[in-house]
Write a protein that binds this ligand. Structure first.
Ligand SMILES: *Cc1c(COP(=O)(O)O)cnc(C)c1O
Length: 309
């Protein structure tokens, strides 16, 4: 699929092998699929999920939803600035309206995103048609194109199919961290029949199996490809980064020079390392870990600028 959105993405994203003895001594190869290098601002899976939605929006204001540190809100705001369409971010937490903006929301606002804060009860009910209509009225964007929280809808899942396509023939198992599951839904659909996808949810709750399947049914008409979830590595829930995870991430950065995004990518890499240690993969297996993002704010000097294709 060629995109009409002119932002010079680096696609296919680079695939790098890392030598890590925790994998090597088990006869496993570990590859990093560097989706974090696709674009300096529309990072990783956010690029793949947003572009089909931007095309569908066709210049209408784009309204979407997220928490106070949402990578999806930042990517949407950046896309709006770069491509010149209006964006509205509906943010969970009325109390944030009167506080100084955190760096993530400050970036959204600087990129021209209009921020609209709603209380948590309303936020939970945001997909109910009367509640959504009320929010759109409040922001004066009744004719807007609405993208759900985390950016996951059928368009997004179809956009992520290309991630699987880029990995055909390159790995036996492709692993990705999951928030709303749209990336996994598309990835699994794009892989070859002899490959499997493994999702590592970063939220607690065990509801993602049904969510990914529902997204695949809407995007592709049926459950598609071979995929499963391992629910053991959420570390207590979204944005929980206990010292053990922090230590693992710092060590991985020191070993491999990869800036490790903590909320998703660290949990994925930790999970894969545990699974390798448990003997969950047979000798000779090649594992590709999708690096879906990078730390925010970017570490000093850590901002690679992709050349574009
Ligand atoms: C948004 C995000 C994800 C989760 O993607 P889903 O499609 O919602 O599962 C994973 N990693 C990073 C870095 C993200 O920003």
């Amino acid at each position: 699929m060629t995109s009409t959105v002119p932002l010079s993405p680096r696609l296919p994203s680079p695939l790098q092998e890392v030598c890590d003895d925790r994998f090597g001594r088990r006869g496993l190869r570990l590859l990093l699929k560097r989706d974090d290098l696709i674009h300096p601002e529309l990072i990783g899976n956010k690029w793949r999920k947003l572009v089909p939605n931007i095309e569908a929006a066709a210049g209408r204001p784009l309204v979407t939803f997220g928490g106070a540190y949402s990578n999806h809100l930042r990517a949407t705001a950046a896309a709006g600035r770069l491509l010149g369409f209006p964006t509205v971010g509906v943010v969970r937490g009325q109390e944030l309206a009167d506080r100084p903006r955190n760096p993530s929301l400050a970036r959204c606002a600087a990129d021209g995103m209009r921020l609209h804060f709603v209380d948590r009860a309303t936020y939970r009910r945001k997909t109910e048609p009367p509640v959504l209509a009320g929010i759109l009225r409040a922001v004066g964007a009744e004719a807007a194109y609405v993208v759900p929280e985390g950016g996951s809808n059928a368009e997004a899942a179809r956009g992520c199919r290309a991630l699987g396509g880029e990995l055909r023939g390159a790995a036996d198992v492709v692993a990705v961290a999951c928030g709303t599951g749209g990336t996994l839904a598309g990835l699994a659909a794009g892989l070859a029949p002899d490959q499997r996808a493994l999702g590592v949810p970063v939220l607690r709750g065990g509801f993602l199996e049904a969510g990914v399947q529902a997204l695949q049914e809407r995007a592709f008409g049926a459950r598609t490809g071979s995929w499963s979830l391992d629910e053991r590595f959420h570390f207590g829930g979204y944005a929980r980064t206990p010292p053990e995870l922090e230590a693992f991430a710092q060590d991985f950065e020191a070993r491999h020079g990869l800036p490790v995004e903590r909320l998703y990518v660290a949990k994925l890499l930790y999970g894969l390392t545990v699974l390798a240690g448990e003997g969950a993969f047979s000798r000779g297996t090649t594992i590709a870990a999708v690096v879906t993002g990078r730390p925010f704010p970017s570490p000093p000097g850590g901002r690679e600028s992709p050349d574009g294709p």
